[in-house]
Design a protein around this ligand. Structure first.
Ligand SMILES: [Zn+2]
Length: 406
């Protein structure tokens, strides 16, 4: 089996090289014309199936358009189409046409991917081989995500400040009540770390793997609940736009929290999960500027007038202007929701500080008009990355773990 796949991958790469040579020589980058120029010769030279050659032509032209200089095609992947690929839901297998004929490969996939593939008849996929020699397949599916229409309701979500996530609809996942798992890990970890033997290093690696898997599971859960809530309430989700924070903050001294929020894979992953699940569910995601969200009172939009001071004190928030008192993360989530509404509907005039000119609070003015900084306040692209109703890749899926020797 491996040999058959490898031979086909090699044939595909050879075909791409041959087609590229012709395209360069003839200065021809049109799919139909290039097909006439190369099809017969390539099929004869490589022994590939008809549709493999068609896909090779597409691959060459696609690559040429994507990068100016195409150098090399490695025998590590092949594009498949409706004639060379088929997904069978009842068996969780894929049929792939190789040079030697059609083979059936078992998919090793999880519930999420199975759910995405449910009822689908995908017609486009890429079979790849990793450096380690594992095979995987990337299947493109069409998703009918309902158009993300403008929704006036917005649920603000504060991610990874003090708690893991806090939403303005009252939900929160605190770092503390993760059922003792964190503690257990850190206890074991510190006892292991003090030993420093070879076996303890191994144990540590295994622990971190388990911890990672646990965090991933948790992130799936949190993001699922948030998206379900939003969908049920016909609301959009507002998140802070943290892109670019990493760069701009590297210059300045940063707080521990900020570092955690931007450099930590777990929070990055949670954001990613929220964004893609929202895209699939047709829930709009609005990105809002992160400045001051944690320090501004969501009731009166004031921040502490003195530089370096904040109404926020750890877990609690106490506004010195209107007297609002409450949970700091909850306040931030409300603030993000408010900003989300503004970003979503620029026609709503302003979110501004209600203070009289006699007692200005200078830093709050940033919230006054639109936009304080170019490019930051524009209506955020709905659903980062994934457009509504577009093609979504199911992601890499491993094929058979221990393939039978051919
Ligand atoms: Zn206030």
């Amino acid at each position: 089996m491996r040999q058959d796949i490898d031979r086909t991958l090699q044939g595909f790469a050879d075909a791409c090289h041959q087609i590229l040579d012709t395209a360069k020589r003839e200065k021809c980058w049109n799919t139909v014309k290039l097909h006439h120029l190369t099809y017969k010769a390539v099929r004869q030279a490589t022994g590939l199936k008809a549709n493999h050659v068609c896909q090779a032509i597409r691959r060459v032209i696609g690559n040429a358009k994507a990068v100016k200089q195409v150098h090399k095609f490695r025998p590590t992947s092949i594009s498949l189409d409706a004639r060379t690929f088929e997904y069978k839901e009842s068996e969780q297998t894929v049929g792939v046409t190789l040079m030697s004929g059609r083979v059936r490969l078992k998919l090793k996939i999880g519930g999420y991917q199975i759910a995405l593939l449910r009822g689908q008849s995908p017609t486009s996929a890429t079979l790849s081989k990793s450096k380690q020699g594992d095979y995987s397949i990337n299947i493109a599916v069409e998703l009918d995500t309902p158009p993300t229409g403008k929704t006036p309701k917005v649920i603000g979500v504060d991610l990874g400040r003090r708690d893991i996530a806090t939403a303005s609809n009252g939900r929160s996942w605190s770092g503390d009540n993760i059922p003792a798992t964190r503690d257990r890990y850190s206890r074991v970890r510190s006892s292991v770390q003090s030993k420093r033997s070879r076996s303890s290093r191994r144990l540590l690696r295994r622990l971190s793997g388990r911890e990672r898997r646990y965090q991933t599971w948790l992130n799936h859960n949190i993001s699922k609940t948030l998206v379900q809530d939003a969908k049920a309430a016909k609301a959009a989700l507002a998140l802070e736009d943290l892109t670019g924070i990493r760069e701009s903050l590297n210059q300045k001294p940063r707080s521990k929290t900020e570092r955690r929020r931007t450099n930590n894979w777990a929070f990055y992953q949670l954001r990613q999960f929220v964004e893609y699940k929202a895209a699939i569910a047709g829930v709009q995601v609005i990105l809002v500027p992160p400045a001051y969200t944690s320090q501004t009172c969501h009731k009166c939009l004031h921040i502490h007038p003195e530089q370096g001071k904040s109404y926020r004190n750890g877990k609690s928030f106490q506004c010195g202007h209107c007297g609002f008192e409450g949970d700091a993360d909850q306040n931030a989530a409300q603030m993000i929701a408010l900003l989300g509404v503004v970003v979503n509907q620029p026609e709503i005039p302003k979110l501004s500080c209600s203070v009289a000119p006699a007692a200005p609070c200078p830093r709050v003015r940033g919230f006054g008009g639109l936009p304080p900084r170019a490019g930051v306040w524009g209506p955020a692209p709905a659903c980062g990355g994934l457009g509504a109703g577009g093609k979504v890749s199911v992601g890499r899926m491993s094929l058979f773990r221990n393939p039978p020797a051919a």
